[in-house]
Design a protein around this ligand. Structure first.
Ligand SMILES: Nc1ncnc2c1ncn2[C@@H]1O[C@H](COP(=O)(O)OP(=O)(O)O)[C@@H](O)[C@H]1O
Ligand SMILES: [Mg+2]
Length: 504
């Protein structure tokens, strides 16, 4: 009998059906992957399983018995635990206090602190989840905080553990450590539901996988019987090529040159600490790193969104260090920002206006001081066709578009001008596999045309697939610069965690 089942679960948000008769069946002692593209309905289903939301129809069963959770407290009482996408711990409290919170051992009216502390220490040791019970949670890295969340569930003796995209915030070594903990939890008879949209994680960590697409269960597979192609087919509903074919391209002149760039951080620590590198024509240089190690500040200083405190930025041989965004564009810099909604687009404007933004002051879009609306519209229609953006017309207000289409508009605009230097910041974040593949092809095409591409991405597989060279950022510094052949997942992963190459 399955440990946990969802049968015909339906959840609507207004007119949108987020879960459309979803079925899920999780056995005792297995790691069960739940896979699907963004918006497929994974988080909605997990929220229903954990009592955070109520379904409109369908049934949840635990060991065959139908249950109705009115809140997560009910779910926890039934033996479920959840590690949330954004952690729900008290930053000011210690690790042990967080773990026992709400389930403290008591001695009369008092909390038995000594017993609580000792049980936490013992639990951490038993599950090889290295944490210091006395550390203050607010001072811990996200990887350690996640271990605290897991311990919190285990302290309540959760038999079923749900993790929603737990690896998004982890370095590769942290991810591997997490998987080995999950494996041993499954070996002692617990059930793990692992939500992810990453294929290699499903292949590496799960026993079976349920694939959701557009709110429906479209495949239920035993992982060892499934090929990566089967899973991708189920996830996307079509054939998507897995590999990016990267032709050799001899790099030319440096088009972007950064020298001793320094950006002071908010907290007195330096956000970007004397960073130097260059990107040559026909080259993609990837910047790898765990989010928050200075990548945002680096990009802001390169794009002109903020002024560097020291150092020099040159585009096509000319210094743009003191120039604003518009002057940097004029010098040959294009920029795909991470924040598409507020930096990348004007949500109240049309697709045509958005596709022209930043380039509207020059011919053919302007005639003298005047813009040319007909030229805007014509060019927009051509780009929408050429880059296969699925929108009804160039007149739609971009505020109404999905994240994927919004991103396609920004990428299309920035690529369409064939600027010598392109900065692409998290260009595929939040996109499905099809859109990701198309953007990867476009970045490679830009490289083929001799553009210099700086790719900043938290997705290590993306960096490794596309880059000719890889820079690894840690605490504001570039810890290493690796050539394509030297940059493998293990080496880069250790560097992302701050371990220099000699120690690795
Ligand atoms: N609280 C909500 N209100 C309205 N729509 C929602 C809400 N939560 C999720 N959705 C929508 O439901 C769909 C499924 O979302 P979600 O379950 O978060 O997908 P996933 O976790 O697979 O990315 C998406 O289209 C999303 O926009
Ligand atoms: Mg989700």
């Amino acid at each position: 009998m399955p440990e946990l089942e969802a049968v015909g679960v339906v959840k609507r948000f207004g007119g949108l059906v987020a879960n459309d008769h979803v079925d899920l069946s999780v056995e005792r002692g297995e790691i069960h992957g739940v896979m699907g593209e963004n918006g497929a309905g994974k988080t909605t289903l997990m929220s229903i399983l954990f009592g955070l939301q109520t379904s409109d129809a369908g049934e949840i069963r635990i060991r065959g018995v139908p249950v109705r959770f009115r809140s997560p407290l009910d779910a926890m009482a039934a033996g479920m635990g959840m590690v949330h996408q954004s952690f729900k711990l008290f930053a000011a409290l210690k690790v042990w206090e967080n773990i026992v919170y709400g389930a403290e051992p008591r001695r009369g009216p008092f909390i038995n602190e000594r017993l609580a502390w000792a049980s936490v220490a013992k639990l951490a040791e038993r599950h090889r989840l290295a944490v210091d019970p006395d550390a203050v949670v607010g001072e811990l890295s996200v990887g350690v905080r996640q271990r605290v969340e897991i311990l919190k569930a285990l302290y309540r003796d959760a038999r079923i553990l749900i993790l929603d995209e737990p690896t998004a915030v982890l370095t590769p070594p942290e991810r591997d450590a997490l998987f080995s903990v999950l494996r041993s939890l499954a070996a002692e008879g617990r059930s793990v539901v692992l939500v992810t949209h990453k294929l290699h994680e499903v292949m590496a960590a799960t026993d079976r996988v349920t694939v959701l697409r557009d709110g429906r269960t479209v495949a239920r597979l035993r992982t060892t019987d499934a090929t990566p192609r089967d899973i991708i087919q189920a996830v996307t509903g079509r054939n998507v090529s897995l590999r990016v074919d990267k032709a050799p391209s001899p790099p030319g002149e440096p088009l972007l040159r950064v020298t001793d760039l320094f950006v002071a951080g908010a907290s007195g620590k330096s956000a970007v600490d004397r960073v130097s590198f260059s990107v040559r024509s026909g080259e993609i240089v990837g910047v790898a790193g765990v989010a928050g190690n200075g990548q945002c500040e680096l990009v802001a200083a390169l794009s002109g969104l903020c002024a560097p405190d020291a150092g020099r930025v040159e585009v096509c041989g000319a210094s743009v260090t003191d120039k604003d965004v518009a002057a940097r564009r004029a010098a040959g810099l294009a920029y795909i920002p991470e924040d598409r909604a507020s930096v990348g687009t004007a949500l109240a404007a049309s697709a045509a206006d958005n596709l022209a933004m930043g380039f509207h002051r020059a011919p053919p879009l302007a005639r003298g001081p005047f813009i040319d609306p007909a030229a805007f519209a014509e060019r927009a229609r051509e780009l929408i066709r050429r880059f296969a953006i699925r929108i009804p017309s160039e007149r739609v207000n971009v505020g109404t578009l999905s994240g994927g289409n919004l991103q396609k508009i920004v990428v299309t605009r920035e690529l369409s001008h064939e600027a010598p230097v392109l900065i692409a910041e998290q260009p595929t974040r939040g996109l499905d596999m099809g859109a990701t593949e198309s953007i990867h092809r476009q970045l490679l095409a830009a490289r083929g045309k001799g553009q210099a591409v700086l790719l900043i991405s938290a997705e290590l597989s993306e960096i490794l697939a596309l880059s000719d060279r890889v820079l690894v950022m840690f605490e504001g510094r570039v810890l290493a610069e690796l050539l394509e052949g030297e940059a493998d997942e293990e080496t880069v992963g250790l560097l992302m965690a701050g371990r220099p190459r000699e120690a690795a």
